[in-house]
Design a protein around this ligand. Structure first.
Ligand SMILES: Nc1nc2c(ncn2[C@@H]2O[C@H](COP(=O)(O)OP(=O)(O)OP(=O)(O)O)[C@@H](O)[C@H]2O)c(=O)[nH]1
Ligand SMILES: Nc1ncnc2c1ncn2[C@@H]1O[C@H](COP(=O)(O)OP(=O)(O)OP(=O)(O)O)[C@@H](O)[C@H]1O
Length: 213
């Protein structure tokens, strides 16, 4: 099968559907936590379908024939779950593992073992089924689970990589390494005072409830 550009919309339809469904499901979990006045391990959720130019660039870089990208490119559909605290990540990972509608096919822990760049996140690749007019279709989705500090660092580093076409100057790389260490320290410190932060959140929720009654 040779994919031509006019086929991309059709090819990507199940991926678009998967990302939309997963965003609804994960945001639904967040709502449920909020309604139960429990601390929510999900601060926010984003998702995207990989742009066609990025799919083509990655296929070429990784030598993936276009007729195999559905099986070999794991991040055509991507969802990111951002949390407040590092241990929220464990809660989310357990939650995802326990679901019957997600089949976890791979996990990569870049928190225990950060990447050379300084990148930290927990990655899960799941197989997810969507129902299309041509029947059920299973697609791979990459879930990135990270704290707000990890997300801040990764977003800035991603922009700089884009700016320098992947060749970030050494001096900036070193600054990024130091910033990654600072983000790690921020996560550590916040974890130590999370009880206090959670109490404050409960007070805010209760006050909101009282003023709406
Ligand atoms: N900002 C940033 N993001 C990263 C970094 N490493 C990985 N990521 C993100 O995580 C995704 C998956 O990375 P990996 O788990 O390394 O997967 P991979 O297929 O081996 O590598 P990629 O070719 O980078 O996708 C990437 O597409 C990025 O979105 C990094 O050093 N910086
Ligand atoms: N799993 C994901 N969930 C949500 N957003 C993502 C995910 N992966 C990447 N993104 C975001 O999507 C945008 C476009 O990403 P793109 O796929 O081109 O980059 P990348 O993942 O860094 O690339 P590559 O894997 O090809 O090196 C970026 O803003 C990136 O941060």
């Amino acid at each position: 099968m040779v994919l031509v550009i006019s086929n991309w919309d059709t090819f990507l339809t199940p991926y678009v559907q998967a990302v939309e469904e997963l965003k609804v499901k994960l945001k639904g979990l967040r709502e449920q936590y909020q309604l139960s006045s429990k601390h929510t391990p999900i601060e926010f959720v984003t998702g995207r379908v990989k742009p066609v130019t990025s799919i083509l660039e990655k296929a070429q870089r990784k030598n993936i024939p276009l007729d195999r990208i559905g099986r070999e490119m794991q991040d055509i559909a991507g969802v990111r779950i951002v949390c407040q605290f590092v241990n929220d990540i464990d809660t989310i990972v357990e939650l995802i593992r326990s679901r019957s509608d997600f089949k976890v096919v791979e996990e990569r822990d870049y928190i225990k073992r950060k990447k050379e760049s300084g990148y930290r996140s927990y990655h899960m690749v799941i197989e997810y089924s969507v129902h299309t007019i041509d029947g059920e279709k299973s697609v791979l989705v990459e879930l990135q689970v990270r704290t707000m500090a990890m997300n801040f660092w990764a977003t800035i580093e991603h922009s700089l990589n884009y700016k320098y076409s992947g060749e970030i100057p050494d001096e900036i790389k070193e600054r990024l390494q130091r910033a990654a260490e600072a983000a790690f320290q921020l996560d550590e410190e916040m974890s130590k005072i999370k009880g206090e932060v959670r109490d404050a959140q409960q007070i805010i929720i209760k006050n909101r409830e009282n003023s709406s009654n």
